[in-house]
Design a binder for this molecule. Sequence first.
Ligand code: SF4
Ligand code: SF4
Length: 376
Amino acid sequence: MDRAETLVRWASEAGFDRAGIASLEPIERGELLRRWLERGDHAGMAWMEQRSAERVEPRRILEGAKSALCVAVQYAPLAGAVEAEGDLWPRVARYAHGRDYHNLMGKRLRKLAKRIRQAFPGSETRAYVDTGPVLERELAARAGLGVQGKNTCLLSREGSFFLLGEIFTTLDLAPSEPLADLCGRCTRCLDACPTGALPEPYRLDANRCISYWTIEHRGAIPEEMRQGIGEWVFGCDVCQEVCPWNIRRQSPAEQPDLHLPPQRAELDLAGLLALDEESYRERFRGSAMQRARREGLRRNAALVMGNRRDPRYREPLTEALEDDDPALRAQAAWSLGRLGARSVLAGARERETDPAVAEELDRALQVAAEPFSTGT
Ligand code: SF4
Ligand code: SF4
């Protein structure tokens, strides 16, 4: 067994579902990254502009680096457990249900990197999960873990629900074989995206992506995005759920750490909206959902309530109109407008001193007066 095969086997022993070796030549598609940034498709994610030299020239990441061991962890069964979890969890991106994958994968990667350094004295390593200046999907594609799908996710014959990490090493390792295209003439993901964030194959416009707005964006979500967000409380899986390669996948991988834990399973939309700082910390400790922060999760819960137009949400939304966070008040106003709660909105309008929220209340009052509203 050569060194590359040995490292791939060790990755499997460390708990990774797939592994392969990538060479560190400059990324041929670096030009695409530049165009993506120039177009502003990265929306408010300014960090994508930083360290772009390392992103397109991965050798720069570690002095003397010659190869990367790329790894993947498969997550989220498509059927069964996830769909059975109450009114909130089906619409949280599957990768975020359980423990934060950065911790889970980081721990495994550090252990694996140590094993490599010990076995090959004098070699150096550097491990990343999502956080480094690394075009992870490009490297993983080189390492044969998948090919880029038209939804921009990395796609393999086992689907696209997997998380990526990599260990850069100074060892010179034989690269793995890349996979061939798996999309063919299919365009299901492009057709299914609820907000038009995939305007053409292989191009994601984050300015229209539900994942961006519900996770990365701080403050009020623009009105034109709200209906399209639909039921999504955190992230979005639509363009992966419709993919035939995910639908076909028969045997869900068992990664119990990525399953929904009891302290969050019992939360519903109203529970999420009512979270105070202490219960937020208790319930979301070690969860990838912390990326949206408590403010973002509560705002998203209020938004989904408006999209559901369920009169049961009138009371929690009315309470949210009194909150200190103006973005939450603005969102609650929009949702109450869709519930036709005219008198509540009128009362809040009299008290409101923030001009942006006041404007939102004015618009909500107009909407509440329209015939489709559900009552007063
Ligand atoms: Fe569209 Fe959702 Fe995919 Fe974003 S994650 S591109 S919003 S389907
Ligand atoms: Fe490719 Fe079709 Fe899957 Fe989109 S839905 S990633 S086009 S196979």
